[in-house]
Design a protein around this ligand. Structure first.
Ligand code: GRF
Length: 207
């Protein structure tokens, strides 16, 4: 069973899409057991609570130091037996110690076709502005694994979106977000399935 912690800083519309997919039975073998936000007012915490999931505010600022934050984060993940972290609009960098503890088990979604328009500073509207400025005729969304380099981890799933002639960053953001809501649940389904078959191959049982 995939026990997921979702981390986000904002609205949480991707998280909501994932919850609907789990609730509809579209992602067997997965449950969200914890929601974490660095922003106490983030909509994603409200959504988590509305689904009855423990939803907590955790940030470096609130913990007083980066070290304490990392300790509290790892404690919370362990306490809830999390074995997969899903970043859904999380605007902070994941500390290296956490990446190492959850190697190949942290997923992120990026609102462009990586490796294009990724890396430091490429978030939110900056991404869509960059796509339009470059004259690309297609953009899209990418689900990838998180490693120590920004937006460079293994790509799990991508889907394209056409960029029209009169496209604005805002209109492109709307189209890409709609695709994000489709591919993130699908990528998690495939990840959970891959996990299960990898387990069967080795004959090991995991929870
Ligand atoms: C999405 O565009 C995602 O690609 C980016 O942040 C946004 C999150 O939106 N990383 P939401 O909080 O899921 O609504």
């Amino acid at each position: 069973m995939l026990k997921i912690a979702v981390m986000g800083s904002g609205k949480g519309s991707n998280f909501q899409a994932i919850m609907h997919a789990i609730n509809d039975g579209r992602i067997p073998n997965a449950q969200v057991v914890l929601v974490i936000s660095n922003n106490s007012k983030a909509g994603i915490l409200e959504i988590g609570r509305s689904w009855g999931i423990p939803s907590i505010h955790l940030s470096t600022q609130e913990c007083g130091s980066e070290e304490k934050f990392i300790g509290n984060l790892l404690d919370a993940l362990q306490k809830h037996e999390v074995n997969c972290v899903v970043l859904a609009g999380y605007m902070k960098r994941i500390p290296h110690k956490v990446i190492a503890a959850y190697r190949n088990r942290i997923l992120n979604i990026h609102p462009a076709l990586l490796p294009r328009h990724g890396g430091k500073g490429m978030y939110g509207m900056h991404v869509h502005e960059s796509v339009i400025a470059s004259g690309d005729h297609v953009s899209g969304a990418t689900v990838h694994l998180v490693d120590e380099e920004y937006d460079r981890g293994k790509i799990l799933l991508q889907r394209e979106v056409p960029v029209s002639k009169d496209e604005t960053p805002e209109s492109l953001a709307t189209k890409v977000l709609a695709v994000e809501h489709l591919i993130y649940p699908e990528a998690i389904r495939l990840f959970a399935k891959g996990n299960a078959s990898a387990m069967n191959d080795t004959g090991k049982k995991e929870n």
